[in-house]
Every structure is written in structure tokens, then in C-alpha cells.
Design a protein around this ligand. Structure first.
Ligand code: SAM
Length: 222
């Protein structure tokens, strides 16, 4: 299920303007190949959050072909971005797209399971080789969001913004009425637990928005 009516989505899509011709083509190619990238309204929300936040260091979990990380680098002209991707093929395609976009010096694609990559980043942080991240975008395996969150915790700075995508998962997180395929049972249960957890934490303010496929915005305040 689309969490908004199709008419509203179509209307919002009409209002969407691509950031530049490179990203317009990358979105078109990704959509034609059914590569899941951020939805148009989610992109516009992220752009505004980034313009308000001006993060120095961005961490992304789930690169796919590099679309969102190229968006981030376009908006934040001085930010350093680390993006984590499990699939070797996708990581290689993303690196090529990032090079073509001219951002190889600011976007690093780390290939491997994000949980292992996050442990590696924590070691680098402990050794003073990297600095904490002030903007984190979680957009990978939905059943693992809590594990990603926990592994990100040592890596974020005070007042970091954590954005989790697809948290309403086609409405299924909100209600069993939208569950058509029981194979999603584990993802749905874990996503409900995740949202319950991150909306009840002290020192974290989380709002859940019905934008795109559901976006949770969590502001850390120490
Ligand atoms: N953020 C990208 C964008 O908007 O352009 C889209 C990311 S796509 C929704 C999710 C990606 O997460 C897929 O490419 C998938 O291979 C990757 N992924 C899934 N599980 C992962 C894991 N455990 N570690 C790292 N990446 C993972």
C-alpha cells in the first residue's frame, strides 16, 4: 500500500524538481531498473534537513547506486560522506556514479555488512582516525534498524540528526490490515519495536512523518 493516496503522491511528484540533470538521469535510470532509491518527497525533506543542519560528516547505511549520497554531497558542499553497502556490485556502480558526479574526494563507499563496517568505524573513531558523524541516514535492511541504530550510537556526535527511512513500510508498521504477505511478519514486528524504542528514549526526540514510505527524524540531545 502507498501510505498516501495515489492522487496525493501524484500531486507531490508534480511539485518535485530534480536538483540537477545528473541526478535527474540517475533517478530515471534507477527507477527503470527498479533500484530502490529515496522517493521524491523524501528527497525534498532530506534536502531541507541538510540545509538547516549543515552537517560536517554524514554517515549513510544503504548506498545502492549512490543516488542519495550524491544528493547529500550536492547540497552540503563541504561535507564528508561515508556510505555503507552490502552488495559488491552496487558498491562498484555507486563508486562509478560518484566519480562521474565529481565527488570521489568527499564520498567514501565502504562495501560489506553495515554492522561490521560500523564496528570498524568505531575502532577508527577510538583511535582518533575519524571524527563523529552529525547526520546519519539509515536506509538498508528494515529488520536490522535497531542493530544499525545501536552500532551507530558510539559514532554520533551530540546533537546529531538520525533519519530512518521506510519506517511505515507501506502502512504495515501501523496496522495488520495492510499486511498482504505474511513473509514480512518479522520485519513488521521489528520495525514496530524499533519505532517504540526510538520514540521513548531519553535524550532523543523522534518524530515519525508520513512522507514517502515513512520517515523517522531523531534529534540527539545530551
Ligand atoms: N540510500 C539509497 C538511495 O536512496 O539512493 C538507497 C538504498 S537501498 C533502499 C538499500 C540498500 O541497502 C541496498 O542497496 C542493499 O544492498 C543495502 N543493504 C541491505 N542490507 C545491508 C547491510 N546489512 N549492510 C549494508 N547494506 C545493506
Amino acid at each position: 500500500m502507498n501510505i498516501m493516496t495515489h492522487q496525493v503522491t501524484a500531486y507531490l511528484d508534480e511539485l518535485y524538481r530534480p536538483l540537477n540533470p545528473f541526478l535527474e538521469k540517475l533517478r530515471k535510470d534507477a527507477e527503470e531498473k527498479h533500484v530502490p532509491i529515496i522517493l521524491r518527497d523524501t528527497e525534498q525533506l532530506l534536502i531541507n534537513l541538510l540545509r538547516i543542519k549543515h552537517p560536517k560528516r554524514i554517515l549513510e547505511i544503504g548506498t545502492a547506486v549512490g543516488y542519495s549520497s550524491i544528493c547529500f554531497a550536492t547540497i552540503c558542499s563541504k561535507s564528508i560522506i561515508t556510505t555503507l553497502e552490502l552488495s559488491e556490485d552496487s558498491a562498484n556502480i555507486a563508486r562509478k556514479n560518484i566519480e562521474d558526479a565529481g565527488f570521489s574526494d568527499r564520498i567514501q563507499v565502504v562495501q560489506g555488512d553495515a554492522k561490521e563496517s560500523l564496528t570498524f568505524l568505531e575502532e577508527q573513531l577510538d583511535q582518533g582516525q575519524i571524527e563523529p558523524y552529525d547526520f546519519i541516514f539509515i536506509d538498508a535492511a528494515k529488520a536490522q534498524y535497531q542493530a544499525f541504530w545501536d552500532a551507530c550510537e558510539p559514532l554520533w556526535s551530540n546533537e546529531a540528526l538520525i533519519v530512518s527511512d521506510n519506517v511505515l513500510f507501506k502502512g504495515m508498521t501501523a496496522s495488520d490490515d495492510f499486511v498482504l504477505d505474511r513473509r514480512n511478519k518479522t520485519i513488521i514486528r521489528r520495525m514496530r519495536e524499533y519505532l517504540k524504542n526510538i520514540t521513548n528514549l531519553q535524550k532523543v526526540d523522534t518524530c515519525v512523518l508520513a512522507v514517502g514510505d515513512g520517515v523517522a527524524i531523531s534529534l540527539i540531545h545530551e
